[in-house]
Write a protein that binds this ligand. Structure first.
Ligand code: BV8
Ligand code: ZN
Length: 253
Protein backbone atom coordinates (compact mmCIF):
# COMPACT_ATOMS: atom_id res chain seq x y z
CA UNK A 1 0.00 0.00 0.00
CA UNK A 2 1.87 3.14 -1.17
CA UNK A 3 0.86 6.23 0.85
CA UNK A 4 2.49 9.63 1.14
CA UNK A 5 4.78 9.85 4.20
CA UNK A 6 2.68 11.01 7.15
CA UNK A 7 3.79 14.31 8.74
CA UNK A 8 6.05 13.67 11.69
CA UNK A 9 3.79 14.83 14.52
CA UNK A 10 5.00 17.67 16.82
CA UNK A 11 4.39 15.46 19.89
CA UNK A 12 6.83 12.89 18.49
CA UNK A 13 9.42 15.58 17.79
CA UNK A 14 9.00 16.89 21.36
CA UNK A 15 9.56 13.37 22.66
CA UNK A 16 12.73 13.04 20.57
CA UNK A 17 13.90 16.38 21.94
CA UNK A 18 13.67 15.02 25.49
CA UNK A 19 14.59 11.35 25.28
CA UNK A 20 18.21 10.12 25.70
CA UNK A 21 17.78 6.53 24.52
CA UNK A 22 16.59 5.38 21.09
CA UNK A 23 16.29 1.86 19.69
CA UNK A 24 15.90 0.82 16.05
CA UNK A 25 14.43 -2.65 15.44
CA UNK A 26 15.12 -3.30 11.76
CA UNK A 27 14.12 -5.92 9.22
CA UNK A 28 14.64 -6.67 5.54
CA UNK A 29 12.68 -3.57 4.47
CA UNK A 30 15.52 -1.33 5.67
CA UNK A 31 17.91 -3.10 3.26
CA UNK A 32 15.39 -3.26 0.39
CA UNK A 33 16.65 0.07 -1.05
CA UNK A 34 20.13 -1.44 -1.17
CA UNK A 35 18.75 -3.92 -3.68
CA UNK A 36 18.62 -6.80 -1.18
CA UNK A 37 15.37 -8.73 -1.63
CA UNK A 38 13.03 -8.95 1.38
CA UNK A 39 11.43 -12.21 2.45
CA UNK A 40 7.66 -11.79 2.38
CA UNK A 41 7.02 -8.98 -0.11
CA UNK A 42 5.60 -9.76 -3.52
CA UNK A 43 9.11 -10.09 -4.99
CA UNK A 44 10.49 -11.52 -1.72
CA UNK A 45 12.79 -14.50 -1.33
CA UNK A 46 10.20 -16.77 0.24
CA UNK A 47 8.03 -16.47 -2.86
CA UNK A 48 10.72 -18.10 -4.95
CA UNK A 49 12.11 -20.53 -2.40
CA UNK A 50 10.39 -22.16 0.55
CA UNK A 51 11.99 -21.27 3.89
CA UNK A 52 11.53 -24.84 5.12
CA UNK A 53 13.61 -26.00 2.13
CA UNK A 54 16.47 -23.64 2.83
CA UNK A 55 16.61 -21.72 6.13
CA UNK A 56 16.78 -24.68 8.50
CA UNK A 57 19.36 -27.16 9.72
CA UNK A 58 17.66 -30.31 8.34
CA UNK A 59 17.56 -28.74 4.86
CA UNK A 60 21.26 -27.98 5.19
CA UNK A 61 22.09 -31.56 6.25
CA UNK A 62 19.92 -32.95 3.44
CA UNK A 63 21.49 -30.75 0.78
CA UNK A 64 24.41 -28.67 2.12
CA UNK A 65 25.51 -27.50 -1.33
CA UNK A 66 22.03 -26.17 -2.25
CA UNK A 67 21.73 -24.21 1.02
CA UNK A 68 25.34 -22.99 0.80
CA UNK A 69 24.75 -21.86 -2.80
CA UNK A 70 21.65 -19.91 -1.68
CA UNK A 71 23.73 -18.03 0.85
CA UNK A 72 26.45 -17.53 -1.77
CA UNK A 73 23.80 -15.89 -4.02
CA UNK A 74 22.75 -13.60 -1.16
CA UNK A 75 26.39 -12.83 -0.19
CA UNK A 76 27.04 -11.79 -3.80
CA UNK A 77 24.05 -9.37 -3.78
CA UNK A 78 25.19 -7.93 -0.44
CA UNK A 79 28.84 -7.64 -1.61
CA UNK A 80 27.71 -5.72 -4.70
CA UNK A 81 25.45 -3.44 -2.71
CA UNK A 82 26.04 -1.25 0.30
CA UNK A 83 24.26 0.75 2.99
CA UNK A 84 21.45 3.04 1.82
CA UNK A 85 20.12 6.38 3.16
CA UNK A 86 18.20 4.59 5.91
CA UNK A 87 21.31 2.86 7.29
CA UNK A 88 23.33 6.10 7.20
CA UNK A 89 20.57 8.12 8.87
CA UNK A 90 20.27 5.52 11.65
CA UNK A 91 24.05 5.70 12.19
CA UNK A 92 23.86 9.53 12.35
CA UNK A 93 21.39 9.36 15.26
CA UNK A 94 24.48 8.50 17.35
CA UNK A 95 25.61 12.11 16.98
CA UNK A 96 22.46 13.40 18.71
CA UNK A 97 21.61 10.76 21.35
CA UNK A 98 23.94 9.27 24.00
CA UNK A 99 22.30 5.85 23.70
CA UNK A 100 21.35 4.45 20.26
CA UNK A 101 20.96 0.69 19.79
CA UNK A 102 20.25 -1.13 16.55
CA UNK A 103 18.55 -4.50 17.00
CA UNK A 104 18.51 -6.08 13.56
CA UNK A 105 17.04 -9.25 12.09
CA UNK A 106 19.13 -8.65 8.98
CA UNK A 107 22.26 -10.70 8.37
CA UNK A 108 23.82 -8.32 5.81
CA UNK A 109 26.12 -6.30 8.14
CA UNK A 110 24.97 -3.05 6.44
CA UNK A 111 24.30 -1.21 9.73
CA UNK A 112 27.94 -1.62 10.79
CA UNK A 113 29.14 -0.72 7.30
CA UNK A 114 27.08 2.51 7.62
CA UNK A 115 28.80 3.37 10.94
CA UNK A 116 26.34 2.14 13.59
CA UNK A 117 28.39 1.12 16.64
CA UNK A 118 25.89 -0.68 18.90
CA UNK A 119 24.34 -3.38 16.71
CA UNK A 120 22.73 -6.56 18.04
CA UNK A 121 22.35 -9.16 15.26
CA UNK A 122 19.50 -11.42 16.37
CA UNK A 123 19.69 -13.70 13.31
CA UNK A 124 23.46 -13.81 12.82
CA UNK A 125 25.71 -12.51 10.07
CA UNK A 126 26.13 -13.93 6.56
CA UNK A 127 29.81 -12.89 6.49
CA UNK A 128 30.60 -15.38 9.29
CA UNK A 129 30.67 -19.19 8.95
CA UNK A 130 31.50 -22.01 11.36
CA UNK A 131 32.11 -25.76 11.44
CA UNK A 132 29.12 -27.75 12.70
CA UNK A 133 31.45 -30.34 14.28
CA UNK A 134 34.22 -28.42 16.08
CA UNK A 135 32.64 -24.91 15.91
CA UNK A 136 35.80 -23.38 14.43
CA UNK A 137 34.93 -20.04 12.82
CA UNK A 138 35.86 -19.22 9.22
CA UNK A 139 35.31 -15.49 8.82
CA UNK A 140 37.80 -14.32 6.23
CA UNK A 141 35.74 -12.67 3.45
CA UNK A 142 37.54 -14.55 0.64
CA UNK A 143 36.66 -17.80 2.40
CA UNK A 144 33.06 -17.33 1.38
CA UNK A 145 33.94 -17.61 -2.29
CA UNK A 146 33.50 -21.38 -2.16
CA UNK A 147 30.46 -22.24 -4.28
CA UNK A 148 29.87 -25.59 -2.57
CA UNK A 149 29.56 -26.20 1.19
CA UNK A 150 33.23 -26.35 2.28
CA UNK A 151 34.66 -28.78 4.83
CA UNK A 152 36.60 -27.91 7.98
CA UNK A 153 40.08 -29.33 8.68
CA UNK A 154 38.37 -31.66 11.17
CA UNK A 155 36.14 -32.98 8.37
CA UNK A 156 32.98 -31.24 9.60
CA UNK A 157 30.66 -29.29 7.29
CA UNK A 158 30.92 -25.49 7.41
CA UNK A 159 27.63 -23.51 7.65
CA UNK A 160 26.67 -19.82 7.56
CA UNK A 161 26.56 -18.22 11.02
CA UNK A 162 22.85 -17.35 10.72
CA UNK A 163 19.88 -18.41 12.88
CA UNK A 164 17.65 -20.87 11.06
CA UNK A 165 14.04 -21.68 11.90
CA UNK A 166 13.84 -23.80 15.04
CA UNK A 167 17.25 -22.58 16.23
CA UNK A 168 17.60 -20.37 19.27
CA UNK A 169 18.89 -16.84 18.90
CA UNK A 170 22.39 -15.92 20.17
CA UNK A 171 21.74 -15.48 23.90
CA UNK A 172 23.96 -12.50 24.53
CA UNK A 173 22.63 -10.58 21.50
CA UNK A 174 19.02 -11.18 22.54
CA UNK A 175 19.67 -10.32 26.20
CA UNK A 176 21.36 -7.05 25.25
CA UNK A 177 18.50 -6.30 22.82
CA UNK A 178 15.99 -6.87 25.63
CA UNK A 179 17.91 -4.50 27.93
CA UNK A 180 18.02 -1.84 25.20
CA UNK A 181 14.24 -2.24 24.76
CA UNK A 182 13.71 -1.79 28.50
CA UNK A 183 15.66 1.47 28.66
CA UNK A 184 14.70 3.18 25.39
CA UNK A 185 12.34 6.18 25.30
CA UNK A 186 11.49 5.70 21.61
CA UNK A 187 11.65 2.49 19.54
CA UNK A 188 11.55 2.77 15.74
CA UNK A 189 10.24 -0.48 14.20
CA UNK A 190 11.51 -0.16 10.68
CA UNK A 191 11.08 -2.39 7.62
CA UNK A 192 9.87 -5.52 9.32
CA UNK A 193 6.68 -7.56 8.95
CA UNK A 194 7.02 -8.33 12.69
CA UNK A 195 6.04 -11.98 12.23
CA UNK A 196 9.24 -13.77 13.27
CA UNK A 197 9.63 -14.59 16.95
CA UNK A 198 11.26 -14.04 19.37
CA UNK A 199 12.61 -10.90 17.54
CA UNK A 200 9.02 -9.64 17.16
CA UNK A 201 8.75 -9.58 20.96
CA UNK A 202 11.10 -6.59 21.27
CA UNK A 203 8.42 -3.88 20.68
CA UNK A 204 6.21 -5.46 23.34
CA UNK A 205 9.06 -5.31 25.85
CA UNK A 206 9.70 -1.66 24.96
CA UNK A 207 6.00 -0.87 25.34
CA UNK A 208 5.89 -2.60 28.72
CA UNK A 209 8.71 -0.35 29.91
CA UNK A 210 6.95 2.80 28.73
CA UNK A 211 8.58 3.48 25.34
CA UNK A 212 6.87 5.29 22.47
CA UNK A 213 6.49 2.95 19.46
CA UNK A 214 7.04 4.41 15.99
CA UNK A 215 6.54 2.14 12.99
CA UNK A 216 8.25 2.96 9.68
CA UNK A 217 6.98 0.81 6.84
CA UNK A 218 5.52 1.02 3.33
CA UNK A 219 2.41 -0.76 4.57
CA UNK A 220 0.54 -2.06 7.60
CA UNK A 221 2.01 -4.93 9.60
CA UNK A 222 1.24 -7.17 12.57
CA UNK A 223 2.53 -4.50 14.93
CA UNK A 224 0.77 -1.43 13.44
CA UNK A 225 -2.10 -1.70 15.94
CA UNK A 226 0.33 -1.26 18.83
CA UNK A 227 2.31 1.66 17.39
CA UNK A 228 1.82 5.18 18.74
CA UNK A 229 2.83 6.57 15.34
CA UNK A 230 2.87 4.88 11.91
CA UNK A 231 5.07 6.71 9.39
CA UNK A 232 4.16 5.23 6.02
CA UNK A 233 6.79 5.43 3.34
CA UNK A 234 10.17 4.02 2.37
CA UNK A 235 12.72 3.74 5.17
CA UNK A 236 15.26 5.59 2.97
CA UNK A 237 12.91 8.61 2.87
CA UNK A 238 11.31 8.52 6.31
CA UNK A 239 14.34 7.92 8.57
CA UNK A 240 16.38 10.80 7.07
CA UNK A 241 13.26 13.01 7.45
CA UNK A 242 13.00 12.11 11.15
CA UNK A 243 16.75 12.80 11.51
CA UNK A 244 16.24 16.29 10.03
CA UNK A 245 13.63 17.01 12.71
CA UNK A 246 16.04 15.70 15.39
CA UNK A 247 18.75 18.06 14.12
CA UNK A 248 16.28 20.95 14.46
CA UNK A 249 15.53 20.25 18.15
CA UNK A 250 18.75 18.71 19.49
CA UNK A 251 22.39 19.78 19.43
CA UNK A 252 25.11 17.36 18.36
CA UNK A 253 26.87 15.69 21.32
C1 BV8 B 1 12.99 -20.22 17.52
C2 BV8 B 1 17.38 -16.97 8.53
C3 BV8 B 1 12.85 -21.93 19.12
C4 BV8 B 1 18.52 -16.15 8.29
C5 BV8 B 1 15.31 -16.29 9.48
C6 BV8 B 1 4.21 -20.01 15.33
C7 BV8 B 1 3.96 -18.81 15.97
C8 BV8 B 1 5.01 -18.03 16.45
C9 BV8 B 1 6.34 -18.45 16.28
C10 BV8 B 1 6.55 -19.63 15.63
C11 BV8 B 1 5.51 -20.42 15.16
N1 BV8 B 1 6.05 -21.50 14.57
C12 BV8 B 1 7.41 -21.45 14.65
C13 BV8 B 1 7.72 -20.32 15.31
C14 BV8 B 1 9.06 -19.84 15.64
C15 BV8 B 1 9.71 -19.23 14.41
C16 BV8 B 1 8.85 -18.13 13.83
O1 BV8 B 1 8.77 -17.05 14.38
N2 BV8 B 1 8.19 -18.45 12.70
C17 BV8 B 1 7.31 -17.47 12.10
C18 BV8 B 1 7.60 -17.34 10.61
C19 BV8 B 1 5.86 -17.91 12.35
N3 BV8 B 1 10.93 -18.65 14.91
C20 BV8 B 1 12.04 -19.41 14.94
O2 BV8 B 1 12.13 -20.52 14.49
C21 BV8 B 1 13.22 -18.76 15.63
N4 BV8 B 1 13.76 -19.71 16.56
O3 BV8 B 1 11.88 -19.87 17.77
O4 BV8 B 1 13.63 -21.24 18.15
C22 BV8 B 1 13.80 -22.44 20.09
C23 BV8 B 1 13.76 -21.95 21.38
C24 BV8 B 1 14.63 -22.45 22.29
C25 BV8 B 1 15.57 -23.43 21.93
C26 BV8 B 1 15.62 -23.88 20.61
C27 BV8 B 1 14.74 -23.38 19.67
C28 BV8 B 1 14.31 -18.39 14.61
C29 BV8 B 1 13.82 -17.25 13.77
C30 BV8 B 1 14.91 -16.84 12.78
C31 BV8 B 1 14.63 -17.51 11.48
N5 BV8 B 1 15.60 -17.06 10.49
N6 BV8 B 1 16.15 -16.16 8.50
C32 BV8 B 1 18.43 -15.74 6.85
O5 BV8 B 1 18.63 -16.61 5.96
O6 BV8 B 1 18.14 -14.55 6.66
S1 BV8 B 1 13.82 -15.48 9.41
C33 BV8 B 1 13.78 -14.24 8.26
O7 BV8 B 1 12.63 -13.44 8.62
C34 BV8 B 1 14.94 -13.26 8.27
O8 BV8 B 1 15.89 -13.49 9.29
C35 BV8 B 1 14.28 -11.92 8.51
O9 BV8 B 1 15.12 -11.10 9.17
C36 BV8 B 1 13.13 -12.34 9.33
C37 BV8 B 1 12.04 -11.33 9.49
O10 BV8 B 1 11.59 -10.91 8.21
P1 BV8 B 1 11.50 -9.31 7.97
O11 BV8 B 1 12.83 -8.74 8.25
O12 BV8 B 1 10.34 -8.79 8.72
O13 BV8 B 1 11.29 -9.24 6.41
P2 BV8 B 1 9.92 -9.44 5.60
O14 BV8 B 1 10.28 -9.63 4.17
O15 BV8 B 1 9.06 -10.43 6.30
O16 BV8 B 1 9.19 -8.02 5.74
C38 BV8 B 1 9.76 -6.87 5.13
C39 BV8 B 1 8.97 -5.68 5.64
O17 BV8 B 1 9.57 -4.49 5.14
C40 BV8 B 1 7.51 -5.67 5.16
O18 BV8 B 1 6.71 -5.26 6.23
C41 BV8 B 1 7.52 -4.60 4.05
O19 BV8 B 1 6.28 -3.92 3.99
C42 BV8 B 1 8.60 -3.68 4.53
N7 BV8 B 1 9.30 -2.93 3.47
C43 BV8 B 1 9.69 -3.38 2.25
N8 BV8 B 1 10.38 -2.41 1.62
C44 BV8 B 1 10.45 -1.35 2.47
C45 BV8 B 1 9.76 -1.68 3.66
N9 BV8 B 1 9.64 -0.83 4.70
C46 BV8 B 1 10.23 0.37 4.58
N10 BV8 B 1 10.92 0.77 3.48
C47 BV8 B 1 11.05 -0.06 2.42
N11 BV8 B 1 11.73 0.35 1.33
ZN1 ZN C 1 35.75 -28.54 12.36
Amino acid sequence: MESKPELIKPELIELLRNTESVLFLTGAGVSAESGIPTFRDADGIWNKMKPEELANFDAFMKNPDLVWEWYQYRRQIIRESGPNKAHYAIAEFQKYFPDVSVVTQNIDNLHRRAGSETVFELHGNIERSYCIKCHAYYNSPNFTFYDKAPKCLCGGLIRPDVVWFGESLPESEFNQAEKAAQRCGVIFIAGTASVVYPAAQIPFIARRFGACLVEINIGETEISYLADYCLYGRAGDIIPAVLEEVKRVRTAL
